[in-house]
Design a protein around this ligand. Structure first.
Ligand SMILES: [Zn+2]
Ligand SMILES: [Zn+2]
Length: 293
């Protein structure tokens, strides 16, 4: 059965993020660089994401329930059906933007360019990047050493941004049609990514939002998503100047997650916007001795 015609992503959603980001910059000039970086990344991601074909993943309800029971995310690497010319394009764009904003060193930038030209090295590297996080208990796929080597931090950053449109496209398609009620884990049910932020919906239920695919899933608001501490006396919550953002911190593992409270917000949650708007909260949390997820 052929994949269904993909719905066009409304152009308006792109400009809404950029409008919101520019408002943050006007109100907080100290965040200007972070805003400009985000606008560039969002622009590149959205342009590609809008023209990507929808991945086609057959989801059998029994298989899905079984995978969830074992804590295995839904999307396997082969399900992504990547078009490698698109991946090379995104890796190049992500590396260029990150270099321009001094987020990666020029040596690492040059090595990424080399990696793209030497096409055969990129595919196993991306497969490994995806699968080691999604399926950490499975045997790690062998990859030839990357020559010259790229620093692991730079590579992670480049791949995280480069792969986001592909993974987000999967999340867009799958989330509305799969039943994830059996998923009780703090990592993403689609791609195994770690939560980047939380969001409270109108009923006060907590969703966690994946830092890799931007998909969201429900997770008990009374439980630390890092160490699963559920003793509420050892969980603290505090806000900064904007009451729609909270820090939810754990006094067992000393980690925190930033959360958007939609009951106090004037618009829906937007990861690209809210992750930047809450940068001052990161500083506040670290000052209190907590470390990010
Ligand atoms: Zn994910
Ligand atoms: Zn904890």
């Amino acid at each position: 059965m052929p994949p269904p015609e993909q719905p066009r992503r409304p152009v308006r959603s792109q400009s809404r993020e950029v409008v919101e980001l520019n408002q943050i910059k006007a109100a907080h000039p100290e965040l200007a660089t972070a805003v400009d970086l985000q606008i560039e990344l969002v622009g590149v991601q959205r342009r590609l994401q809008a023209r990507l074909p929808l991945p086609w993943i057959e989801v059998d309800a029994r298989w899905l329930a079984e995978e969830q029971r074992h804590g295995r995310p839904l999307v396997r690497f082969k399900d992504l059906r990547l078009e490698w010319s698109d991946v090379r394009f995104m890796v190049r764009q992500a590396a260029d933007v990150l270099r321009r904003f001094d987020m990666i060193e020029s040596d690492d930038h040059a090595r990424v360019q080399h990696l793209i030209r030497e096409g055969h090295q990129l595919e196993p590297l991306v497969a490994r990047w995806y699968s080691t996080q999604a399926f950490p208990d499975d045997p790690t796929p062998e990859t030839p050493p990357v020559d010259p080597p790229i620093s692991p931090e730079a590579l992670e950053l480049v791949l995280l941004f480069a792969m986001r449109p592909f993974l987000a496209r999967c999340a867009e398609m799958l989330l509305p049609q799969v039943d994830l009620t059996a998923w009780t884990h703090p990592r993403c049910p689609l791609c195994g990514g770690d939560p980047e932020m939380g969001a409270l919906n109108a009923a006060g239920d907590r969703m966690l939002v994946c830092g890799r695919c931007t998909g969201a899933w429900t997770f008990d608001s009374g439980v630390c998503p890092f160490c699963r501490n559920d003793d509420r006396s050892l969980l603290s919550t505090f806000t900064g100047s904007d009451p729609c953002y909270l820090i939810e911190a754990c006094n067992v593992c000393r980690r925190y997650i930033k959360t958007f409270d939609s009951r106090r917000g004037t618009r829906p949650f937007m990861l690209a916007v809210d992750s930047v708007a809450t940068l001052p909260l990161d500083a506040a949390a670290m000052q209190k001795g907590y470390t990010g997820g």
